[in-house]
Design a protein. Structure first.
Length: 274
């Protein structure tokens, strides 16, 4: 399994957290099963080689499209593939959805839309040049150029709520919603409406998911105890931490951390049964 990230250009650092690449092998005899965890941020994914199928989707086969934009999610889902694969992903900030794609972020919460449906002929052309690029650095440059062109025409830029969203994403502890509203010079109600538009969820729910993401991304070696993790990330107690972890991942945290220690990132973690 090969996983690595690529940093965005400085001009897009406010909209793209990073690019990522996941490559691996699978066969019908040894498929690769992956669990997509709850996410506070959307991801734009290009399947450069192979496709995945949704597990447990019934008799009909639900395959991933050639590329798609997956909104922020409060639930986990299971995917698998029986062929070699190469995924090129763009890990965005939530407000990139209205800024780049001209859609309220909440429209894509818990939803996935293929690029051609989202962008029409423009999306089809982008897919073709991304798939035809000689390497992943070139893909990152092509997607960056596309996003910069879209942002130049966007009216959804430079909202003070962007800063509130980034503060939540970069903080392990819960932040005061009234204080965030005050910092944006907005009433609590107006702030929450703006926040849902740009982040996809209410500030309270968004913080819950972001805190879970902080836990799985900030995993340390050697691992801390569950009590230490819960305390560091601002959970009321260990039981509250375990409840949220199971809700957003479907895993027991102790089992998850034991498995994650074997991979570079949770995106490369193969589905397991403790």
């Amino acid at each position: 399994m090969n996983y690595h990230t690529i940093q965005p250009p400085a001009k897009l650092a406010e909209y793209i957290q990073f690019f990522w690449v996941l490559e691996g092998s699978a066969t019908a005899q040894k498929p690769f099963h992956h669990r997509v965890l709850a996410e506070s941020a959307p991801e734009w994914i290009f399947y450069c080689k192979g496709q995945f199928e949704l597990s447990g989707a019934g008799p009909e086969r639900h395959r991933t499209p050639a590329s798609c934009l997956s909104g922020q999610m409060q639930h986990f889902k299971k995917l698998f593939t029986t062929s070699d694969f190469c995924l090129f992903g763009v890990y965005l900030f939530p407000y990139a959805i209205p800024a780049v794609f001209n859609l309220p972020a909440h429209v894509l919460s818990d939803e996935t839309v293929d690029t051609r449906t989202l962008l029409g002929e423009e999306g089809q052309m982008l897919e073709e040049i991304v798939f035809g690029a000689p390497d992943h650095i070139a893909r990152a440059m092509l997607v960056s150029e596309f996003m910069l062109q879209r942002l130049a025409r966007s009216k959804e830029v430079n909202s003070p709520v962007f800063t509130s969203i980034r503060r939540i994403l970069h903080s392990s502890a819960a932040l005061s919603i009234p204080e965030l509203a005050d910092e944006c010079y907005l009433s609590r109600r107006h702030f929450e409406r703006k926040f849902i538009h740009y982040a996809g969820y209410s500030p309270k729910q968004f913080q819950r998911i972001a805190r879970f993401n902080t836990v799985i991304k900030g995993f340390e070696q050697p691992p801390l105890s569950l009590t230490e993790i819960a305390h560091r990330c601002g959970y009321y107690d260990q039981s509250h931490f375990i409840h949220d972890f199971r809700l957003f991942s479907g895993y027991n945290p102790k089992a998850f951390f034991s498995q994650q220690s074997q991979v570079a990132d949770y995106r490369a973690l193969e589905e397991f049964h403790p």
